[in-house]
Design a protein around this ligand. Structure first.
Ligand code: DMJ
Length: 579
């Protein structure tokens, strides 16, 4: 037999080498992925230790008070202090509502500790009472307490088979309903925009401030809407949606909303606006409420708001503030709260933009060891007074979302760096302490409840997302998971009709049409008598242009009579067209 020609032999060698190289590459990919998995499991265990160091110290030194003071190993009943920068109207006889325990519930499930979860929910069901003379921030109480309760109620129901005693009888839902009732009077304003502060026992206090923020009245719908879905009582979701619609109707011609406003007049107080403090979760809730409740109206609002934010605030990977009326830049500042934005961008698939902003935030983290509250971009220096880092979780949150979207191991390294920094700079014998000044790393005696609700949860989920296997959740702004269920999308506008309806309309012959069949909104829609002043419908959102011309449905508002979304006709006019 003659040997094969050289070209044939060469080809055979090439094939043999390719097979060898491929199997070596395969082996090293398998090895790398084993190595990657081992690393993630090791980091997951470190996060678990971090959670229990914070949680156990809270239980030992602070429970059932609200939050832990880790340096002095004591407690603070901080529910009335949250958002209350001047510490006004603090209660005298308030002993705490176990805020940190409520905030830890969903994290316990994410970590798979069902026994502790069960112990906690049974304790809360027996001991918590919201009939307390305490003035609280509607926003903070909603995202931390109501959100913590409704999320944990759903988890308790879904994970019933993991509970040992299995005697969970909706205790958390009962608490949530009681709390929801106490929050509702805040919405009783001529505009439907809620007061920022309410006393849990006595309702809105006399001479209460009428100033609130956009996030304060625009980030209630996930928790209140979920309460409505769970109870079948539409009032909670209706109140939150009404406030959101009103807020949106106050947008400028640039589709921007301001930062603070007056709930009685519906007028803006602070026109300078951005994606950080005072506005942040307004954007987040438009999108997440659309995901949870499936309303196109919310998506339209989000999209217009998002496009405007990208247009007027974005400068490369950074976001500055701008005047809502002119779009002109006002403050060139990076704030730690803005770090949530890439997470929202991932949810809508804007991953490249999310990645570039996240990278810049992470560079700032690396530069200081943690994220300072405010940094002056135009002067490339720290804000003189806001040099603190109160254990905020937003960067960890965005890192989690970006890793979910890309599986790029670089985000695991980001998480590892953050974990290391938290352990080196903020871990003390009695828990985790906030940083008072990032230049000296001097600590402050406060472990915020969101450290357990968000920071630990997002870092854990970054390294181990088995909680999300076969389950579809969105996370509230406080990191509490709510399930995305198609049944929750069948929420017809009628459900939102306020319970207090206009009286039936009767003809001279005596035949009456009920308010419900007339699809009327609230009583204040009744045509005013001669000397009466007409009151604006609470669901009314004006069309974008005064002449009602439109280019898309985004330009159309909500009909004041039927509370239905107006759409853009093919001739370019907004109206209640039959589709
Ligand atoms: C949390 O309470 C929430 O994430 C809120 O939306 C913003 N601030 C804190 C964490 O920084």
């Amino acid at each position: 037999m003659s040997s094969p020609p050289f070209s044939c032999r060469f080809r055979r060698w090439v094939v043999v080498w390719l097979v060898i190289l491929a199997s070596l590459a395969g082996a090293s990919v398998a090895q790398a992925s084993r190595h990657g998995l081992a690393k993630k499991m090791r980091l997951r265990e470190e996060v678990r230790q971090m959670f229990y160091h914070a949680y156990d110290n809270y239980l030992i030194h602070a429970f059932p008070h609200d939050e832990l003071k880790p340096l002095t190993k004591s407690f603070t009943d901080s529910l009335s202090e949250l958002g209350n920068l001047k510490l006004e109207h603090l209660p005298e006889n308030y002993g705490g509502s176990a805020l940190t325990l409520i905030e830890s519930l969903s994290s316990l499930v994410v970590l798979g500790n069902y026994t502790e979860f069960e112990r906690a929910i049974l304790w809360l069901g027996k001991h918590i009472d919201f009939d307390v003379d305490a003035r609280i921030s509607l926003f903070e109480c909603n995202i931390r307490v109501l959100g913590g309760l409704v999320s944990a109620h759903i988890l308790a129901t879904d994970y019933m088979d993991k509970l040992v005693q299995r005697n969970y009888n909706n205790q958390l839902l009962h608490l949530a309903v009681d709390l929801g009732e106490r929050l509702l009077p805040a919405f009783d304003t001529p505009t439907g925009l809620p007061y920022a502060w309410i006393n849990l026992k006595h309702g809105v206090m006399e001479n209460e401030t009428t100033e609130t923020s956009t996030s304060g009245c625009g980030s209630l719908i996930l928790e209140m809407g979920t309460l409505s879905r769970l109870t079948g009582d539409s009032r909670y979701g209706a109140a939150a949606l009404r406030a959101l619609r009103k807020l949106w109707s106050m947008r400028s011609s640039l589709n921007l909303v301001g930062t603070t406003l007056d709930v009685l007049t519906g007028e803006w107080i602070e026109y300078s606006t951005g994606i950080g403090a005072g506005v942040d979760s307004f954007y987040e809730y438009l999108l997440k409420a659309h995901i949870l409740f499936g309303r196109e109206e919310l998506w339209d609002m989000f999209l217009s708001a998002y496009v405007a934010a990208q247009k007027y605030f974005r400068h490369g990977p950074w976001y500055h503030e701008a005047d809502m009326r002119t779009g002109k830049a006002t403050y060139w500042q990076l704030t730690s709260l803005q770090a949530f934005w890439p997470g929202v961008q991932v949810l809508i698939g804007d991953v490249a933009a999310a990645n570039s902003t996240h990278r810049e935030f992470f560079h700032v983290w690396e530069k200081f060891g943690v994220l300072p509250e405010r940094y002056l971009l135009d002067r490339d220096m720290l804000h003189p007074t806001e040099k603190y880092y109160p254990l905020r979780p937003e960067l960890a949150e965005s890192t989690f979302y970006l890793y979910q979207a890309t599986k790029d191991p670089w985000y695991i390294e980001v998480g590892e760096t953050m974990l290391r920094s938290l352990n080196s700079y903020t871990k003390v014998d009695g828990g985790y302490a906030s940083v008072k000044d990032v230049t000296s790393m001097q600590l402050e005696d406060h472990q915020h409840s969101f450290f357990l609700a968000e920071m630990c949860k997002y870092l854990y989920l970054l390294f181990d997302d088995s909680f999300l296997t076969d389950r579809n959740y969105i996370f509230t702004t406080e990191g509490h998971p709510l399930p995305v269920r198609s049944a929750w999308h069948e929420w017809l506008p009628e459900i939102y009709l306020p319970t207090e309806l206009a009286p039936p309309k009767c003809t001279n012959q005596g035949a009456c049409l009920s308010a419900m069949s007339q699809k009327l909104c609230p009583t204040n829609l009744v045509s005013p008598g001669k000397n009466e002043v007409p009151v604006e419908s609470v669901c009314h959102v004006l069309d974008f242009r005064h002449d009602h011309r439109c280019e898309s449905n985004n330009d159309c508002g909500i009909d004041s009579i039927t509370c239905r979304k107006r759409t853009c006709s093919s001739a370019g006019y907004c109206g209640l067209w039959l589709l």
